[in-house]
Design a protein around this ligand. Structure first.
Ligand code: TPP
Ligand code: SF4
Length: 291
């Protein structure tokens, strides 16, 4: 059957039989539904797709998507996603996880994913807390907020994941909100279409450990990027990071850059053509220089 004759995939085709075990009202339901819609919109083949995660409430997500994928080790979902993309470039690779998973224990991997620009979409579900382990302070917990691990208020400065991603070389950076499904699924569509590393930071409330008004507080702060925002300008994108009192949703930064695999392909082509191929003597000289 040709692709044109194939029966279109529906949102339900991306769902598994597992029922999410998130608390009622958890923002991650919105992220999951937005992802289903984006996958269906682009007719992404589940049999050619992998969704990877680390550990956390949010990292349970791969179990609910009918693609390949698994819940890996805390903070390492992105490393496995990058390995899969390198080994199987034809695969659509999505990594997901929480702010603790991706910014604390896995923060190192995020910055290298940004600078390498492999064609992987990373959806970070930012609830400003460690949810699974019952409410410890995370890198995005606002300064002064009381948590289970900072009884007198968080003494540390928080950072903005979008600012970090832009600064370390990501070619696509967006911010969304799990309570605005239409905008979020449109952002995820653009992230999946982007060639290179696409980072989507989703404000996704934890109603259990950040209080059941976190949804309301986030919604009150939400605003859209202005229509004339220049997403190809790094300074313009940076203007919407570290915001005070507002959460701006939309695609902050979107530029075309070769991915690491494009560059490796160029090197492979040169090497196959014999250009600049080192001789055995050259290699030996590198390791055993003449005295
Ligand atoms: C190596 C290791 N260290 C610590 C943990 C404990 N742990 C599990 S999930 C988690 C943090 C989860 O927070 P986050 O990534 O923000 O996800 P959320 O649960 O909020 O969605 C921690 C510290 C672990 N599983 N493995
Ligand atoms: S503890 Fe928080 S993050 Fe975890 S499922 Fe419940 S609401 Fe969601």
């Amino acid at each position: 059957m040709s692709a044109a004759e194939a029966i279109p995939l529906k949102v339900g085709d991306y769902k598994t039989d597992l029922k999410p075990v998130w608390c009622p009202g958890c923002g991650d339901f919105g992220v999951l539904n937005a992802l289903y819609r984006a996958l269906a919109k682009l007719q992404i083949e589940p049999w050619n797709t992998v969704v990877m995660s680390g550990i956390g409430c949010s990292s349970r997500l791969p179990g609910y998507v009918a693609t390949y994928g698994f819940n890996s080790v805390h903070g390492r979902g992105l490393t496995l996603a990058m390995g899969i993309k390198t080994a199987r470039p034809e695969t659509t690779v999505v990594a997901v996880g929480g702010d603790g998973d991706g910014l604390a224990i896995g923060g190192n991997h995020l910055i290298h994913a940004c600078r390498r620009n492999l064609d992987v979409t990373y959806i970070l579900m930012d609830n400003e807390i460690y949810g699974l382990t019952k409410g410890q302070t995370a890198p995005t917990t606002p300064t002064g907020d009381k948590t289970k691990s900072s009884f007198y208020g968080n003494p540390e400065p928080a950072f903005d994941p979008c600012e970090l991603a832009i600064a370390t070389g990501a070619s696509f950076v967006a911010r969304g909100f799990s309570g605005d499904m239409k905008t979020l699924s449109a952002i995820i569509v653009r992230a999946l279409e982007h060639h290179g590393f696409s980072f989507v930071n989703v404000m996704s409330p934890c109603v259990t450990f950040r209080g059941d008004n976190q949804y309301k507080l986030m919604k009150e702060k939400l605003q859209n990027l202005p229509e004339d925002h220049d997403a190809t300008s790094r300074p313009a994108a940076m203007a919407y990071t570290r915001e005070d009192g507002v959460i701006t949703q939309g695609v902050l930064y979107d530029v075309e850059q070769p991915s690491l695999l494009d560059k490796l392909e160029e090197i492979r082509a040169k090497s196959l053509a014999g250009a600049q191929e080192p001789t055995t003597e050259d290699i030996l000289e590198t390791f055993y220089p003449p005295f």
